[in-house]
Design a binder for this molecule. Structure first.
Ligand code: C2E
Ligand code: MG
Ligand code: MG
Ligand code: MG
Length: 275
């Protein structure tokens, strides 16, 4: 009796596991096709200078419009892409298309707008990354100082020596570098100081409570002080209301990004249609 039950359960899990793996494989194939079928597009979210209120940058945030499942979040499909070489194909695509778009918009609007592009951990391991970035800049004419590459804290802490080497090569191109989702990993000031970073983005989870909680505000205050001590520009992510923005202004945070300042939007919506 017990033996049959055990086997039934075993087979049940086996079926479930197989279904999950098949679904993942299907999604991965769909994602490969998505690149070809132009189902991937990029939304841009404004980054605002807190003192002047001006939009100084936009972050490129990838979107997938799946023909059957509708819009799929990058939080879902980027991790899937990171399990294979797909992330490098997608990364190259994002770099090529966003640098072209923003080079054009800078010209159209006559402004010194900065473009922020996310890099995944696996792209840092790609020996072609630096050449790919250089090529995107050359082809589109986007000045290197107008491009910031964002790398998450966890990606940087994986292999610090290797990360430092890649970041240095990227910095040598003249692009600027940001540490993204700061506070969610476990890096120390000493570790950060060894990396050629220009900007630190405070993760949204720390910004959420700053208007209500003195403790939350104190944590953000200390992150800002620490970052400023090593000459990093500080961006607060996930600013959702005026009260949070007011606290950040008081704490001398440099820039802010969030639904309160602008949601990620298609380029024509954000900049107006190109004539
Ligand atoms: P991230 O780089 O930290 O981007 C910020 C995320 O916070 C975005 O989510 C953005 O839509 C969201 N966000 C912005 N303001 C607010 C706010 O006020 N409230 C809330 N609740 N959320 C806000 P999104 O677009 O879903 O992207 C999720 C993550 O996917 C990104 O986090 C980034 O790590 C990754 N990602 C997006 N595009 C790319 C890409 O082209 N390449 C790579 N490697 N990763 C990407
Ligand atoms: Mg980012
Ligand atoms: Mg972030
Ligand atoms: Mg994030």
């Amino acid at each position: 009796q017990a033996k049959t039950l055990g086997r039934a359960r075993y087979e049940f899990f086996d079926v479930e596991l197989r279904e999950r793996m098949q679904r993942r494989l299907r999604m991965e194939q769909d994602l490969r096709d998505a690149l070809q079928n132009e189902e991937l597009w990029t939304a841009y979210q404004p980054v605002v200078d807190i003192e002047s209120g001006e939009m100084v940058a936009v972050e490129a945030l990838l979107r997938w419009k799946h023909p059957a499942h509708g819009t799929i979040s990058p939080a879902e499909f980027i991790p899937l892409a990171e399990e294979s070489d797909l992330i490098n194909l997608i990364g190259k695509y994002v770099l090529r298309t966003t640098t072209r778009e923003i080079a054009r918009r800078r010209e159209q609007l006559g402004i010194d707008l900065n473009l922020k592009v996310n890099l995944s951990a696996r792209q840092l391991d790609d020996p072609q990354l630096v050449a790919g970035v250089q090529d995107a800049l050359k082809t589109t004419g986007l000045p290197p100082h107008a491009l910031t590459l964002e790398v998450t804290e966890s990606a940087l802490m994986r292999d610090q020596a290797a990360a430092a080497e890649v970041l240095t090569s990227l910095r040598d191109l003249g692009v600027t570098l940001a540490i993204d989702d700061f506070g969610t990993g476990y890096s120390s000031l000493a570790q950060l100081q060894r990396l050629p970073l220009d900007t630190l983005k405070i993760d949204r989870t720390f910004v959420t409570g700053i208007a209500e909680s003195r403790d939350a505000a104190a944590i953000v205050k200390s992150i800002i002080a620490m970052a400023h001590a090593v000459d990093l520009i500080v961006v607060a992510e996930g600013v959702e209301d005026e009260e949070q923005l007011a606290v950040l202004r008081e704490l001398r945070c440099d820039q802010a990004q969030g639904f309160h300042l602008g949601r990620p939007a298609p380029p024509d919506e954000l900049f107006g249609a190109v004539e």
